[in-house]
Design a protein around this ligand. Structure first.
Ligand SMILES: O=C(O)c1ccccc1N[C@@H]1O[C@H](COP(=O)(O)O)[C@@H](O)[C@H]1O
Length: 215
């Protein structure tokens, strides 16, 4: 597992810190109900990390406008967007991540129509929210995923999960998405914790520093 996406960013200084910590992808939430909603273009946008825009059932026009305004590289769709909608957004020249909420059992039939219509899947926890719940699901459920689309693991991932993730070797999993469990306050990430986590994830020889976890 090599790729780390840090989602729910909003403030220029914090974005810069998280980029320097080694985040491959940095996510911005464009869902007005979220405490991480991005109201305006921050003074700094990542240059090295790829920019991901997260949307929930937003109209195509709104997504296109935001792609231009923020120079997005990827669009993450967290609502009930259809496979055709994903394909349509993909034609704008961005990569598309379709998120699915996973409950007690993995539903292959839910994801099946999306193969070939988007670039990646993201598996998050089934809750009453569209995302950002901080809740974890049973990762073993994904043993039933037989598809070929690469995916990101998400849902309540904590700094302490770095060790367990070293042995998470599902062939189609390309990385993890971290969010609320790394926050000091909504949309503000603890850059030290993010840095530690990335160091361990990318270099399995490293161990998580327990002192950092106590911050
Ligand atoms: O973070 C949010 O507020 C949010 C709102 C609506 C859709 C997605 C959202 N975030 C995404 O949710 C997952 C899991 O986050 P967490 O670790 O459980 O806090 C993550 O993919 C975020 O991109």
């Amino acid at each position: 597992m090599k790729l780390v996406k840090v989602c729910g960013m909003r403030e220029a200084t914090n974005i810069r810190e998280v980029e320097q910590a080694g985040a491959d992808w940095i996510g911005f939430i464009f869902y007005p109900e979220s405490p991480r909603f991005v109201h305006e273009v921050p003074d700094y946008l990542p240059r090295k990390s790829k920019r991901v825009g997260v949307f929930v059932n937003a109209p195509k026009e709104k997504i296109s406008e935001t792609i231009s305004l923020f120079g997005l590289d990827l669009v993450q769709l967290h609502g009930n967007e259809s496979p055709e909608f994903c394909e349509n957004i993909r034609r704008s020249g961005v990569k598309v991540i379709k998120s699915f909420r996973v409950g007690d059992e993995f539903k292959e039939e839910e994801v099946e129509p999306y193969h070939g219509k988007c670039d990646y899947f993201l598996f998050d926890t089934q809750t009453s929210l569209y995302g950002g719940s901080g809740e974890k699901f049973n990762w073993e459920t994904l043993l039933n995923y037989r598809g070929n689309t690469f995916f990101l693991l998400s849902g309540g991932i904590t700094p302490g999960d770095a060790e367990a993730l070293k042995t998470f070797s599902y062939p189609k999993c390309i990385g993890v998405d971290i969010n609320s469990k790394f926050e000091i306050s909504p949309a503000v990430k603890d850059a030290k914790l993010v840095k530690q986590f990335i160091k361990v994830i990318k270099n399995p020889g490293n161990k998580i520093d327990n002192k950092t976890l106590l911050i």
